[in-house]
Design a protein around this ligand. Structure first.
Ligand SMILES: [Zn+2]
Length: 464
């Protein structure tokens, strides 16, 4: 495998193929096939997303994939943002459709006409829904598995509130959902408020979670938008307030996608392959018997496997007899399995087990009596080492810059910025790093790096 530090891009392509996450040979460009191992990981991400939405009282819905041209054209600014990327369905069999239909690029224009039917009075608010579905955008840039696709797995939450203040609380709630998710993922990231010229079409403002990839460039992995009344006025989403007056709702959205999986792979993996955090690992524990004539290693391994399985762990037993134990170690390391249990003659005779933790050197031997406990302890060790490495990535890759000259060395920097486009244009021209906006997660005040007027800590970075 390609060394990750030397050529991240090449390493990423190789690992996706060797670990069998997705298959890009499907005949439609930009649309990959999800392979079982990749889909398992994505489903675990989705399961966590569902759980945290449930806790935040955002309810799951399922909307059709097709949207009429009329639904889309209601909000012109929003449509303009996607115009060139829409897939149109115009024919059925030989007949031309009388209404042109588009595959959803995101679901504002699918959901909001229904909101206007569902929301009648203040008791219907807040209305909070989400869906996990595929969306379609005709990307003209080079497509890349999980990072930039024409069909991709999308999570989108949409909420409607009695007023702007209540909608603002929802943005805070979104950030809490992100923080819960990221406590599982450990993706080094910064939340930035995008400059006005770079916000989502139709939004009052947009927050984005920018993750720091190993080469220092950033990858946007989640966005949260405050719509205010921009959409409710065009989609006519009104309610009767306590005084009997008609008012427009204020709205928000939160979006994430399979890019999260791309980020997890890119950030945590190493030269041996993937490294999955335990909560997202399709296989958490692999049991590998070391064949010998002196003991029944397979039966002993099976016993270990069954105990762990009934304890609720995602465990697999590798009994393939056409591969050596060493080959299997490499194989499961490449697949990013957090813990490996080796079972040889010594283990069977001593009633013990030997555990290796992915990303940590050395092995430890435990008593079989403490099987479940030792495995859980090993998964914790794995998670702490991964989280420690991830913390370092942010520190090392996003340095604080005081001058434009200082901003040339690496891919991402924090710098104080006054908020004027003039200044961020100057920064971009001098450093080739566009402005990602004022940092919400790492706030600070100082003098603008260009004009010296008062400014906020902001992020400038090359992006994916
Ligand atoms: Zn300035």
């Amino acid at each position: 495998m390609q060394a990750k530090k030397k050529d991240f891009s090449e390493w990423y392509n190789e690992i996706l193929e060797s670990a069998e996450l997705s298959d890009k040979r499907y005949p439609v460009k930009g649309m990959n096939v999800w392979l079982p191992y990749g889909l398992k990981a994505m489903n675990l991400i989705d399961a966590a997303t569902r759980q945290y939405n449930e806790e935040a009282e955002i309810e799951e819905v399922g909307f059709p994939v097709l949207i009429t041209r009329n639904q889309l054209e209601v909000e012109f600014e929003h449509l303009k943002g996607f115009e060139g990327q829409l897939y149109w369905v115009t024919r059925t069999g030989k007949e031309q459709l009388d209404i042109e239909l588009s595959l959803r690029p995101t679901s504002e224009s699918a959901i909001y006409p229904m909101f206007s039917l569902w929301i009648r009075n203040h008791a219907d608010l807040p209305k909070k829904v989400f869906q996990i579905c595929s969306v379609y955008r005709y990307e003209t840039k080079h497509t890349r598995s999980f990072l930039r696709m024409r069909e991709f797995r999308f999570y989108e939450a949409h909420t409607a509130h009695a007023d702007f203040q209540d909608a603002e609380k929802q943005i805070t709630a979104y950030m809490e959902i992100w923080s819960k998710l990221n406590s599982l993922f450990q993706i080094p990231s910064v939340i930035n408020r995008r400059p006005d010229w770079d916000k989502f079409p139709g939004a009052q403002y947009s927050l984005a979670v920018d993750s720091i990839m190993p080469d220092g460039r950033t990858l946007q992995v989640a966005t949260m938008h405050q719509y205010g009344e921009n959409f409710s006025r065009t989609y006519d989403i009104k309610y009767t307030d306590l005084n009997g007056e008609q008012r427009y709702v204020s709205q928000t959205t939160y979006g994430m996608s399979e890019r999260l999986l791309g980020a997890l792979i890119g950030i945590h993996g190493d030269d041996k392959g993937l490294i999955f955090p335990p909560d997202i690992a399709p296989v958490q524990v692999i049991v590998v018997p070391i064949p010998t004539e002196k003991a029944d290693v397979n039966a002993y391994s099976k016993k270990i496997h069954d105990i762990l399985k009934s304890a609720g762990l995602r465990v697999k037993l590798d009994l393939r007899d056409n591969y050596t134990p060493g080959w299997k170690y490499n194989y499961w390391e490449m697949k990013g399995v957090p813990a490996r249990i080796e079972v040889g003659e010594r283990e069977v005779q001593g009633n013990t087990l030997t555990i290796s933790v992915r990303g940590i050197k050395g092995k430890k031997t435990y008593d079989l009596m403490n099987l479940e406990e030792s495995v859980k302890k090993s998964l914790k060790e794995h998670f702490s080492s991964l989280s420690e490495r991830s913390g370092k990535v942010l520190k090392e890759n996003v340095k604080e810059a005081k001058t434009l000259e200082e901003m040339k060395g690496q891919a991402a920097y924090f710098a104080y910025w006054c908020g004027k486009r003039e200044c961020s244009d100057k920064i971009e021209a001098a450093t080739e790093k566009p402005c990602l906006g004022v940092s919400v997660s790492h706030p600070g005040k100082g003098k603008c790096i260009v004009c010296k007027e008062s400014g906020d800590r902001s992020m400038f970075s090359r992006t994916y």
